[in-house]
Design a protein around this ligand. Structure first.
Ligand code: EPZ
Length: 417
């Protein structure tokens, strides 16, 4: 049985919706919970596939895992294993940042090399170099990564690239080892700040998240905590673009403007009005959007996770937009699907040229998580009827996206075929 979306486009989105907790904050925070033996309660989480898969991995390590409504209750004290289950760690690429917490807790970690995925090779060399800089001994052979951390101590990590995951791995590994650690060229994404917030709520000494230089002073143990992760800025950006593409008015409760400075700037340049109300980000769309170029960059640049959605928006904007994808080498798979809807998109390696036109419904297929979201947005703005296959990829990062869009007035439903 596979799910697909059926969409009748052309309807203006209007309304107010709650933005869920951030997938890309929750996943490293769930991994970091292994650093304590006490209970941890993560509040109001989205029940999306990646979160469910990370919960399965924690349970496979022996960690107690149960849901109380939307709160995820963890008993990391029961964890006793440090070998990640192959099948689960290949399913969830971001399981690679369990290496740091497992080294911190057990001084041991074993994982299968996470494969590439739909958007690129996804190497892990920066993760490994970062952990080695802290004294971990790492052997990778026969597709496995074996880590030993008995001799780990604080040190200097210099990342060749501000990798989000490599920054998070080093931060988590450094919390329970003796000495001071400095991570230079650290990623500045808001999710790094949220991980710092969680680690400090457990009694860790972590500073500097968001500045590009993160400092950690090792402590002997961490205690449990309750924690509410930050709102999902990529879901918020996706919904803002849905409102913009349909001439709508959307109010995103919980979304934080400071997490989305670059996309908001582009939406305003495209003709939208964006305001921060008391507890929501509010967007009013113009009758016609003006095409805007984007170049994806590490934070605070335009986020690669909103590139596909911006391409969909550019398809229905007036003028021509140039989209340069600097982060991942194959993150344009949605372009071919958009062309099936009448889009005028030409791709040359990491650059796409999009000439605004109108879109017509078609049967299209999600090729990756954010590309699938982009096709859904395109279907909302297209004339007549679309079908989107393979929405299981969308479910990895969006909680019942069709219900959220329906609550804003879209004509979209999930069909099981
Ligand atoms: C995180 O992935 C996010 N995932 C990604 O979101 C996001 O696209 C990415 O950061 C960039 O913002 C999670 O947080 C779970 P990186 P991550 O390490 O940590 C290269 C989504 O749609 N690199 O910052 O894997 C890598 O190839 C997902 O929610 C190395 O070369 O991203 C890429 O070109 C997709 N060696 C660049 O760095 C390494 O060891 C950025 O990757 C690691 C990364």
């Amino acid at each position: 049985m596979v799910d697909e979306f059926r969409v009748f486009g052309g309807r203006r989105l209007e309304g107010r919706t709650q933005v869920s907790a951030s997938k890309n904050a929750v996943l490293p925070i769930m991994a970091a919970s292994l650093l304590t033996r006490d209970s941890v309660r993560l509040k109001d989480l989205p029940k999306i596939q990646d979160v469910q898969n990370m919960a399965r991995i924690l349970a496979a390590l022996g960690c107690g895992v149960h849901w109380e409504g939307r709160d995820l209750c963890l008993e990391p004290g029961k964890a006793s294993k440090w070998e990640l289950p192959d099948d689960l760690s290949k399913t969830l690429r971001s399981s690679i940042f369990l290496l740091g917490p497992l080294l911190g807790r057990f001084h041991r970690a074993t994982a299968a090399y996470p494969g590439g995925c739909e958007i690129g090779q996804r190497p892990v060399d920066l993760h490994i170099k970062g952990l080695e800089a802290l004294g971990a001994e790492i052997l990778d052979e026969r597709g496995m990564i074996y880590c030993a951390g008995e001799g780990m101590k604080g040190g200097t990590v210099i990342l060749d690239f501000p990798s989000v995951g490599a920054t998070e791995n080093a931060m988590m590994a450094a919390c329970l080892i003796d000495g001071d650690t400095v991570i230079h060229n650290a990623a500045r994404e808001p999710e790094i700040g949220d991980l710092q917030g969680f680690l400090c709520a457990m009694g860790a000494r972590v500073y500097g998240a968001g500045t590009g230089c993160v400092r950690v002073t090792g402590v002997t143990s961490l205690h449990g905590c309750d924690y509410a992760p930050m709102p999902d800025r990529i879901v918020a950006g996706t919904l803002m673009m849905a409102g913009a593409m349909t001439g709508g008015h959307v109010e995103l409760v919980g979304a934080r403007a400071q997490d989305l400075t670059s996309p908001i700037h582009k939406l305003i340049r495209a003709g939208c009005r964006v305001e921060t109300a008391k507890d929501a980000l509010v967007l009013d769309a113009p009758d016609k959007l003006a095409a805007q170029d984007i170049y994806t960059q590490p934070y605070p640049g335009f986020p690669t996770d909103l590139q596909a959605q911006w391409m969909a928006l550019s398809c229905v904007s007036a003028g021509t937009a140039m989209i340069v994808e600097n982060l991942f080498e194959s993150r344009f798979a949605h372009a071919a699907e958009l062309r099936r809807m009448g889009a005028d998109v030409r791709v040359e390696q990491r650059t796409a040229i999009v000439r605004g036109t109108s879109l017509t419904g078609a049967r299209v297929r999600a090729r990756d998580l954010r590309g699938g979201a982009a096709l859904t947005l395109a279907a909302l703005a297209a004339k007549d009827y679309s079908e989107i296959e393979n929405v299981a990829l969308i479910d990895r990062g969006y909680e019942r996206l069709e219900e959220q869009l329906s609550s804003l007035g879209a004509d979209i439903r999930r069909i099981r075929s």
